[in-house]
Write a protein of this length. Structure first.
Ligand SMILES: Nc1ncnc2c1ncn2[C@@H]1O[C@H](COP(=O)(O)OP(=O)(O)OP(=O)(O)O)[C@@H](O)[C@H]1O
Ligand SMILES: [Mg+2]
Lengths: 266, 282
């Protein structure tokens, strides 16, 4: 059940996207997200859709697996869409109880929902095809210049990589503890709000205890291997750009240009 | 009432690259009052199988019958099933959460909707059954030793008064003394209450002395199923799948090979001694 959550997790398989330099994927995701907010017309949206579809195809991650992550945010999506539908001013379509749905509102709602869906799927393609380690390596490299102004880049990316690594572990742990408490008659789904929150205590206490225990073990293990932070640390597999990475940058540039052109002149 | 497992299959993450077939075509009948050892190498599907028995995992196909009823029926009360089929997880001490030992053990029966008096009575009985002294009742469960925590966790399930008790590797991570204590406790429970017990383990040595029947799992299917001496007779096959028969079996086999006229059925040291004495004619 809880293991169904796929957002932010890595999907092990082999594809052109998996082999890409993580920096390309980070930059690409950023460009894609920005591109989604550059326009309000249908034509560039179609391009964004085609681009996303091509990327998904390239990633070799089953589409069904990818959209499992969407389930978790569906409520958020609906709320955003509904608010847009009612709160946008314009030509009235229907009105009841003092609320009005406008034509502009419906259009805005559709656009915002699509944008969010594209955004979520787009960024999950990145996390699905990039291991947490690669991701933080990429971030560390991209943020490298900030070292000049004394930002602790290495520490930040180390924390990020540990946090990312812990997500699946904690999910698994949650699943286990949930099952163990259910075997003792716990009921996590029924009852009113207060009852549901109360039912979480037997889940959360053991979860925190185990998270602290794991954090402690990890700190100990790192210390035992003489970890001292980023100073003078080298990489076993330093990041290098290859031919396909350059190609990917070109594709990204073409896509961005395409979106701008379609948005402006069509 | 017996548990019947009928053509059970379990596939995790079906339809993805991580697809794992954890169980394939399991068929078992578990009669009342039997003491069963479920043995298998790491990843052979033991934990997956037992979680089907109290409905925590829904089978990919096939069913489980408890008291003649299909537990996957729409209107089957799974909560009630879980009180009848008590499941103690691997490292059960990781599920403790209350401020003191006594309230933690109360959690299970409280979920069954019993009155406060009944809940406390059951908790008290369960804690006594696992041999916890009164002085520990109001201590934080986090302050206990590993073995004590495990007893408390087992009591937490016993307090629901299940008809079937399943324990997933109850001796994992305990020292030899703690292990013998827990196993002795389980044996005593079975003798006193006559409940059905399924003991999951990957050590033959652990279960040989205690159980009536051994089920050996390998790669998601049942490889051997029978009384201990019949199962251990297949010690060569067991070795091939990373398991071993108890040391006694090897000694008796070796003696027989060397021409000493003993039977090779002994599974415990006491039986082996008697058999050797018999062969020596004393
Ligand atoms: N929730 C899950 N999601 C995906 N795969 C799982 C899950 N639980 C178990 N598996 C896989 O199913 C197989 C059987 O696992 P299971 O835990 O039943 O084995 P086990 O016999 O209990 O092993 P162990 O002795 O290590 O406890 C393993 O390959 C495991 O990786
Ligand atoms: Mg297991």
């Amino acid at each position: 059940m809880i293991r169904e959550i796929t957002f932010g997790q890595y999907y092990q398989t082999d594809s052109a996207l998996h082999r890409l330099n993580p920096r390309v994927k980070l930059v690409g995701t950023m460009i894609y997200i920005i591109s989604l907010f550059l326009f309000k017309e249908a034509a560039p949206f179609a391009l964004a859709l085609v681009f996303l579809a091509a990327i998904i195809k390239l990633s070799h991650v089953p589409f069904k697996y990818m959209i499992r992550g969407l389930k978790a945010v569906i409520v958020l999506l609906l709320i955003t869409a509904v608010f847009n539908m009612f709160l946008t001013r314009g030509e009235a379509l229907v009105s009841f109880w003092g609320l009005t749905i406008t034509k502009e509102g419906v259009i805005a709602a559709v656009f915002i929902a699509l944008r969010l869906i594209f955004l979520i799927i787009g960024s999950s393609v990145m996390t699905l095809t990039t291991t947490p380690n690669q991701l933080t390596d990429g971030l560390e490299k991209l943020m490298g210049p900030l070292k000049v102004i004394k930002v602790p880049i290495h520490e930040i990316s180390m924390m990020m990589s540990i946090a990312l690594r812990f997500i699946p572990i904690l999910l698994e742990e949650t699943d286990k503890i949930m099952k163990a408490q259910m075997a003792r008659g716990a009921d996590f789904d029924s009852g009113n709000m207060i009852k549901k929150i109360k039912a979480m205590v037997p889940l959360l206490v053991p979860l925190f205890v185990s998270a602290f225990r794991r954090a402690n073990d990890l700190a100990m293990a790192m210390e035992a291997r003489c970890y001292q932070g980023g100073e003078g640390r080298t990489k076993m597999k330093p990041l290098k750009y290859g031919k396909s990475d350059v190609l990917a940058y070109v594709v990204l540039a073409v896509y961005l240009a395409g979106v701008i052109v379609l948005g402006k002149w069509l | 009432m017996p548990i019947i497992v009928d053509h059970l299959n379990c596939i995790y993450e079906a339809g993805t690259a991580m697809e794992v077939v954890a169980l394939s075509d399991i068929n078992l009948v578990i009669p009342d009052g039997q003491f069963i050892g479920l043995i298998g190498h790491t990843g052979s599907g033991k934990s997956s199988l037992i979680q089907h028995l109290n409905g925590l995992i829904k089978a990919s196909s096939g069913t489980v019958y408890f008291n003649g009823e299909d537990i996957y029926d729409e209107d089957y009360d799974l909560k009630k099933l879980r009180s009848k089929v008590g499941l103690v997880f691997q490292y059960p001490e990781h599920q403790l959460f209350e401020v003191d030992v006594f309230s933690d053990v109360c959690y299970g029966p409280k979920n069954l909707g019993l009155s406060k008096k009944d809940v406390e009575l059951r908790a008290y009985k369960a804690l006594k059954m696992v041999g916890m002294d009164d002085e520990y009742f109001y201590q934080s469960p986090f302050d206990l030793s590993g073995g004590q925590k495990r007893r408390v966790a087992i009591a937490g399930v016993l307090a629901m008064e299940p008809e079937v008790l399943i324990l997933d590797e109850p001796t994992a991570g305990l020292d030899p003394k703690g292990r013998d204590e827990i196993l002795g406790l389980i044996k005593k429970l079975q003798a006193e209450t006559g409940m059905t017990i399924i003991l999951v383990s990957h050590s033959m040595e652990d279960v040989a002395n205690y159980v009536d029947r051994i089920i050996v799992m390998n790669g998601g299917s049942v490889m051997l199923d029978g009384v201990p001496k019949d199962v251990f007779a297949h010690y060569k096959e067991l070795e091939e799948v990373g398991l071993a028969a108890p040391a006694v079996t090897y000694i008796m086999q070796q003696m027989k090979e060397q021409g000493f006229d003993v039977g090779t059925d002994a599974t415990t040291i006491a039986e082996a001694r008697d058999e050797i004495l018999r062969a020596l004619g004393r």
